[in-house]
Write a protein that binds this ligand. Structure first.
Ligand code: SF4
Length: 343
């Protein structure tokens, strides 16, 4: 088996909570608390979960925007989480990011030409000025913006066009992996679909790997290969897209999926309404972190934390229900997210 492009092993990021500005540490926010996954070359993995579950922290930790608390991050066989900044520089080029907000992520004082030229110059990718100009023009073609728009300022573009510029800037560094952190969340529905289609096309054409971070399962359904579902700093389920959407093996995924519209006319999913709010990541529940909201919780769930384990080939779930006989497991088979006929 070939080496995965990205491997994340037991990643932890705990942020200290301080009493006042200069006060001592009174606790920790367990934003990411021991998660593992890998992404193959040319693969899209979507990391989904409600706001505050830690998914954006995972993206930032991979990009080394801060030091991690524990675990390892490996890019193409090289461990990068403990690498000095000077050694990391050439590897940084291979991982780029597209942020959520297309308004604040572009420097308003730079024309598009300079925004796109900056990473090309920084990483020494152009042979000469003519090559630099050609690369900038090619990037505009790639993201389907007119070449003659390179002389314009960011504020002259719509939100969707700015996100295309953000994608072109990420592509300028010739990366192997792009982390899309809620990259379409701030856009209108029709623009969202256009950007998702663009990302899909770029991935196919350039063989890119994507880590697509989103709170919206409906968006990822159309563009991902696999899905990892996060809840309160932990991954609770990982599976190929088709398997996860047809038969989720974790009650939290089942609840998230139940809110996703079904494209077939006359069909709908049985809606699962979760009780209560997401608990605080400062003091996560003992046992299974989802037990305070899970409709199937039983005694063991309150004391024993379930490990993520394989329930079917390539399908992993962290839930004690899978130790029970099939007749007592509401998620056995496809029942959990079964489509039901509309009456
Ligand atoms: Fe629900 Fe228990 Fe499974 Fe956690 S382990 S998801 S509480 S059934």
């Amino acid at each position: 088996m070939s080496t995965p492009l990205l491997e994340v092993n037991d990643l932890k990021k705990h942020f200290p909570v301080r009493a006042g500005f200069l006060g001592g540490i009174t606790g920790y926010v367990y934003a990411v608390d021991g998660i593992s996954f890998s992404i193959a070359k040319g693969e899209t993995l979507s990391l989904v979960g409600e706001s505050g579950c830690g998914k954006s922290t995972v993206g930032k930790a991979i990009l080394r925007l801060f030091d991690i608390t524990g675990g390892q991050v490996t890019l193409d066989g090289t461990r990068i989480d403990d690498m000095p900044a000077s050694t990391l520089r050439p590897l940084r080029r291979r991982m780029q990011v597209v942020f959520q907000d297309p308004y604040s992520s572009l420097n308003p004082r730079m024309r598009v030409r300079d925004i796109l030229a900056e990473p090309i110059r920084n990483f020494g990718l152009a042979k000469d000025a003519a090559d630099l100009e050609k690369r900038v023009g090619d990037l505009m073609d790639r993201v389907r913006l007119p070449r003659d728009a390179v002389g314009r300022w960011p504020h002259e573009f719509s939100g969707g066009q700015r996100q295309r510029i953000g994608i072109a800037r990420a592509l300028a560094a010739e990366p192997d992996l792009i982390i899309c952190d809620e990259a379409v969340s701030a856009l209108d529905v029709s623009v969202k679909a256009q950007i998702v289609n663009l990302l899909q096309d770029l991935q196919k054409d350039l063989g890119l790997a994507l880590l697509f971070i989103s709170h919206d399962l409906a968006i990822v359904e159309h563009m991902t290969h696999r899905v990892a579902v996060m809840y309160l700093g932990k991954i609770v389920e990982v599976a190929p897209k088709r398997e996860l959407f047809a038969a989720p093996k974790h009650p939290y995924t089942e609840a998230l999926l139940s809110a996703v519209p079904v494209p077939e006319p006359g069909a709908q999913r049985e809606r699962v309404i979760l009780k209560g709010d997401v608990p605080s990541p400062i003091n996560p529940p003992k046992g299974c972190r989802f037990h305070t909201r899970c409709p199937y919780a039983f005694d063991r769930c309150r004391v024993d934390e379930p490990a993520l384990r394989q329930t079917d080939p390539g399908h992993w779930s962290a839930c004690h229900l899978h130790d029970r006989p099939a007749a007592e497991n509401p998620l056995a088979g496809a029942k959990g997210a079964a489509l039901i006929a509309k009456h």
